[in-house]
Ligand binder design. Structure first.
Ligand SMILES: [Zn+2]
Ligand SMILES: [Zn+2]
Ligand SMILES: [Zn+2]
Length: 104
């Protein structure tokens, strides 16, 4: 089942939060609608802690959740490898949970 949620990357405004192209450019995650679809069940993306923004510094959407701030995941248990942070020691997405922070 898919659910409509508020786009985390732009905070539901539908505008590019960083004005990368121009102040009126649309958010590239939600195409300017302010909402994105995600399949249930879902978990907060631990790689970006739900912000939808890439924590590696670049002003681009999170590479794990694609800017939604949530991931579709059947798993509800914190990943043992990254202890639920979604990050490996080099700052890249954890190889076990792929950055979601949740694993089986
Ligand atoms: Zn958006
Ligand atoms: Zn994310
Ligand atoms: Zn992990």
């Amino acid at each position: 089942m898919t659910k409509l949620i508020k786009c985390a990357f732009c905070g539901g405004t539908g505008k590019d939060p960083f004005d990368l192209l121009s102040p009126i450019s649309h958010c590239l995650v939600c195409n300017g609608t302010g909402q994105v679809e995600i399949e249930e069940p879902m978990t907060t993306c631990m790689f970006c802690t739900g912000t939808g923004k890439n924590p590696l510094g670049a002003r681009v959407p999170c590479i794990v959740c694609g800017g939604k701030g949530l991931n579709h995941s059947e798993h509800k248990i914190k990943c043992r490898q990254c202890r639920g942070t979604g990050k490996s020691s080099d700052g890249l997405p954890c190889t076990r949970c792929k950055g979601t922070g949740f694993s089986h």
